[in-house]
Design a protein around this ligand. Structure first.
Ligand SMILES: Cc1cc2nc3c(=O)[nH]c(=O)nc-3n(C[C@H](O)[C@H](O)[C@H](O)COP(=O)(O)OP(=O)(O)OC[C@H]3O[C@@H](n4cnc5c(N)ncnc54)[C@H](O)[C@@H]3O)c2cc1C
Ligand code: FES
Length: 288
C-alpha cells in the first residue's frame, strides 16, 4: 500500500471548466509519485472561519511523475453542496490542503486482457489513467461514457484520442444515444470478447455493471462513492456489505479496502442497511 501524505499548501496550478465540472491540477509531487489509477485524494474545504470540518474525496484523474520538476495531480469536481461549491470557486495560485494518494487502486489483469470501461458522469475521470495503464500492458480497451445530459459527460475527447472511439449515452438524448450507459455494455463486451469490465459512477450504474458482468461470467471492478468522514479507515462511516471469498458477508471500509471492489461481491441491495447475516451484525444490534 502507498503511504498517503498530507500537503498543507499544495498550489493550484490550473483550473479548467469542463461542462458542468471544474478540473483542478495541483502541485503535489509526493502524491503524484505514489499514484495508481483508482486512488483518490481528500481535500480540506472552507477557510479557518467555516464549519466544513470533513475533507471531501475526489478520484484522481491523472498524475505527472515528480522528478526534477514538481509533479502534479488532477481531479474533477462537480459542484454539489457547500464543500464542492467552495472548491469550485478556487483559482490558480491559491493553495489547498490535500491528503493522498488514498484507497486501493484498480487491479490490473496479469497480462493483456480485453477490457470495457464504463464511466458515469465525472466517474469517467479515474478511468482515463486506467485506460492508459491497460493499453500500456497491451490490453484492448472499449470505453462507454454516460451522463444525465451532455454537460455532465466528462472526457469524451481525451478518451477518443486515447482509445480511438467511444460510445456515448445520455439520459435525455442531448448527446450520443438516449438511454443508460449500461444498455450499451452487453454489445461492447461481445465486440471485444471482454474479460473484465471496470466502472466508476453512480451506485445503480455500478450494480448494473456487476449484474451484466455476472451474466457474461467475466470480472467487474468498480470504484464506489460511499459517504466518507475520515478517509483513512478509522471512523467506519464508509462501510459496505461485501461477500468474502469464504461466502460470508462483512462490512468493509470503502476508504481503505476500496473504493475499488469486485462488483459481483458487493451486496448492492443491502447498501445502507445492516443485514442480519452479516458477520458481527448481532454485536452491532442489527438485523434488517
Ligand atoms: C472515493 C470517492 C471519490 C469521489 N470522487 C469524486 C470526484 O472525482 N468528483 C466529484 O465531484 N466528487 C467525487 N466524490 C464525491 C464528493 O466527495 C462529494 O460530492 C463531496 O464530498 C460532497 O461534499 P459537499 O460539501 O459539496 O456536499 P455535502 O452533501 O454537503 O457533503 C457533506 C458530506 O457528505 C458526504 N458526501 C456527500 N455526497 C457524497 C458523495 N456523493 N460521495 C461521498 N460522500 C458524500 C461527504 O462526506 C461530505 O463530507 C467522491 C467521493 C468518494 C467517496
Ligand atoms: S471514511 Fe472513516 S473509515 Fe472510511
Amino acid at each position: 500500500m502507498t503511504t498517503p501524505v498530507q500537503l498543507r499548501a499544495a498550489e493550484i496550478f490550473g483550473v479548467r471548466r469542463v461542462g458542468a465540472y471544474t478540473e483542478f491540477t495541483v502541485v503535489a509531487p509526493e502524491i503524484a509519485a505514489g499514484f495508481r489509477p483508482g486512488h483518490f485524494v481528500a481535500v480540506s474545504v472552507g477557510d479557518e472561519t467555516s464549519s466544513l470540518m470533513l475533507r471531501r474525496a475526489f478520484a484522481l484523474h491523472g498524475a505527472t511523475p515528480g522528478g526534477q520538476f514538481a509533479g502534479t495531480v488532477s481531479f474533477v469536481v462537480a459542484a454539489h453542496g457547500p464543500g464542492t461549491q467552495w472548491l469550485a470557486r478556487r483559482q490558480a495560485g491559491e493553495a489547498l490542503d490535500v491528503v493522498g494518494p488514498l484507497g486501493t487502486p484498480f487491479p490490473l489483469p496479469s497480462g493483456p486482457a480485453p477490457a470495457v470501461l464504463v464511466g458515469g458522469g465525472y466517474g469517467s475521470a479515474p478511468l482515463v489513467p486506467l485506460a492508459q495503464a491497460l493499453q500500456a500492458q497491451g490490453s484492448p480497451v472499449r470505453f462507454l461514457l454516460g451522463a444525465a445530459s451532455a454537460d455532465r459527460l466528462f472526457g469524451e475527447l481525451v478518451v477518443k484520442r486515447l482509445v480511438g472511439s467511444v460510445t456515448v449515452t445520455t439520459d435525455d438524448g442531448s448527446a450520443g444515444e438516449r438511454g443508460l450507459v449500461t444498455e450499451a455494455l452487453p454489445d461492447a463486451i461481445r465486440e471485444i470478447s471482454a474479460e473484465i469490465v471496470y466502472g466508476c459512477g453512480p451506485m445503480p450504474m455500478l450494480r448494473a455493471v456487476g449484474d451484466i458482468a455476472r451474466d457474461f461470467s467475466i470480472r467487474a471492478q468498480v470504484a464506489v462513492e460511499e459517504s466518507m468522514a475520515c478517509g483513512i479507515g478509522v471512523c467506519m462511516t464508509c462501510v459496505l456489505p461485501v461477500r468474502g471469498s469464504d461466502g460470508r458477508s462483512r462490512f468493509v471500509r470503502s476508504c481503505v479496502d476500496g473504493p475499488v471492489f469486485d462488483a459481483t461481491r458487493v451486496r448492492w441491495e443491502d447498501v445502507g442497511l445492516l443485514p442480519r447475516d452479516l458477520v458481527g451484525a448481532d454485536a452491532m444490534g442489527g438485523g434488517s
